[in-house]
Write a protein that binds this ligand. Structure first.
Ligand code: UTP
Length: 481
């Protein structure tokens, strides 16, 4: 009898995992197990336990059998019935504010992305985003949640999705910043799931002797992560009914927007299941998903999947036909997320695949090989694929300067610089709307820079009698209030 290289417990775990892998024809992941140290093998088996390998395999088969097919062109129409400036705005706002006041709304930030385009050394939420103070994204959202909590006279819970890659760093960032003045117990952080990458033969790949090559499962993974982490149960126990969803890279987002909540709650005269915000696209090539209608159901088609014939099509007035750009701001009811992620549900989100270069560890050569051409498939899910699953869904048109200043790239379009410009312009508009003078040149450009904290104002009206606004703002001023 050959001698077991590991202790009894570890050997038993190894055998059990081999069995699971055999059922999905992936035992090659453990072919080198006997050459591993105990620590390495434990790490590898831990990861096998953490990843739901059977589910990952199912997703892989599903992706293989359902190559994304763009729907026939003639079936894609521009999204209809977009809410613009509702007549009953004041009533809707009051309704939305009431559900916040009643403690039925939570903020939810998805912050599990890898931020490769930005190239920031740390979680994206720690990126200095405010134009004058350099406050990081997480602080900007925390200030909004604090301010909204003060207005509602209660604490508002904040759910944050990280990824296994940035979870520890994100937690440390919050700890080091004393949770930005929020109660530790009102912040619920959880890592999203991952998908293993697989090679062109459908085999999962190793990243090192002790780890499988994986990637976060996309912002759409937030729905199953809300369930798997216990966040849904936590929400239910706190009486939360609505989730205000936003991405970590948009400092201008309204973390809790009473008007949007009011619209969502009144969608089709009964409460909506998932609502979305949109802005008119700035150009045919702008890299945002587009709201469309297929078979009378609202959906978003990712910019890379929308054929150019459609993205560039114009109407008689010369306006883009497919103009409704998604800015990834949603309200979802807890009941809806609970339903579509439930055990009995057949309504999972579809998986999208991308062929990418993935470095892989080859046990036979004991080294990591970095390919020169794409060698593997990565899977991910998109949050907007939940929209067609909602029985009632509303799209609300908002204004770019007011709500969308994304930081995606290190320079150029959607960079910190373009975001600062939008944030400063919004502050100037708010001051003007509140009746304060603001210096502008003849062509309308700003002659001063003002940054407004959410703790000072959540909307222009808050600036009217704010003691933080100086009597005059002069050309050349740089002011954080
Ligand atoms: P992006 O699509 O911009 O991706 O994410 P990214 O990973 O941040 O950046 P790149 O593409 O690598 O440069 C949009 C939002 O969705 C979140 C991101 O954190 C961001 O808030 N996201 C994305 C997740 O939470 N998980 C993911 O797996 C992907």
């Amino acid at each position: 009898m050959s001698q077991m290289p590991f202790g009894e417990e570890l050997s038993a775990r190894l055998e059990a995992t081999r069995k699971t892998l055999a059922s999905i024809e992936q035992t090659h992941l453990l072919d080198h197990a006997e050459q591993c140290s105990e620590e390495s093998l434990e790490a590898l088996l831990d990861q096998c336990d953490d990843i739901d390998l059977l589910a990952a395999h199912r997703f892989m088969l599903e992706a293989a059998s359902s190559d994304y097919q763009a729907p026939p062109l003639e079936s894609i129409r521009p999204a209809r019935s977009i809410a613009r400036h509702p007549d009953d705005e004041a009533a809707l706002r009051t309704h939305g504010q009431k559900v916040i006041d009643d403690g039925k709304v939570a903020a939810f930030t998805v912050a599990g992305g890898q931020g490769t385009r930005l190239g920031w050394n740390g979680p994206k939420g720690s990126f200095p985003a405010a134009p004058l103070t350099g406050k990081p994204l997480f602080r900007l959202f925390a200030e909004q949640i604090l301010a909204a909590g003060r207005r509602a006279d209660r604490t508002i819970p904040w759910y944050i999705m990280t990824s296994p890659i940035n979870d520890a760093e994100t937690r440390a960032f919050f700890r080091d910043n004393n949770y930005f003045g929020l109660n530790r117990t009102d912040i619920f952080m959880f890592p999203q799931g991952v998908f293993p990458s697989y090679d062109d033969d459908g085999k999962f790949m190793l990243a090192s002797p002790e780890s499988i090559a994986v990637n976060p499962d996309g912002h759409g993974g937030s729905l199953r992560a809300l369930r798997n982490s216990g966040a849904i149960e936590d929400m239910q126990s706190r009486g939360i009914e609505q989730i205000s969803y936003f991405q970590v890279d948009n400092p201008s987002v309204r973390a809790l927007d009473p008007l949007f909540l009011g619209l969502h709650l009144d969608a089709g005269r009964s409460s909506g299941e998932m609502s979305s915000k949109m802005i008119p696209k700035s150009s045919p090539g702008e890299k945002v998903g587009v709201f469309c209608s297929i078979d009378d159901r609202t959906c978003v088609i990712e910019y890379s999947d929308l054929p150019e014939e459609l993205s560039a099509a114009t109407d008689d007035s010369g306006a883009l036909r497919f103009i409704a750009g998604s800015i990834a701001i949603h309200v979802l009811s807890v009941e809806f997320v609970d339903r579509i992620t439930g055990r009995e549900s057949n309504e999972g989100l579809p998986v999208h695949k991308a062929h990418k270069k993935v470095p892989s560890y080859l046990p036979s050569e004991n080294r990591v090989v970095s390919p020169e051409t794409p060698n593997a498939t990565k899977l991910e899910m998109f949050i907007f694929d939940a929209i067609p699953l909602a029985s009632r869904s509303l799209v609300y048109e908002t204004d770019r300067v007011e709500e969308f200043a994304p930081i995606k790239n290190s320079e150029g379009v959607d960079s910190a610089r373009s975001s600062h410009e939008l944030q400063l312009e919004r502050a100037a508009r708010w001051l003007e709307a509140a009746g304060h003078g603001f210096p502008r040149s003849e062509d309308g450009s700003r002659l001063a820079d003002v940054e407004i904290s959410a703790l000072t104002a959540m909307e222009p009206a808050d600036l009217r009698s704010s003691p933080d606004v100086p009597e005059t703002i002069s050309a050349g001023d740089q002011l954080a209030i």
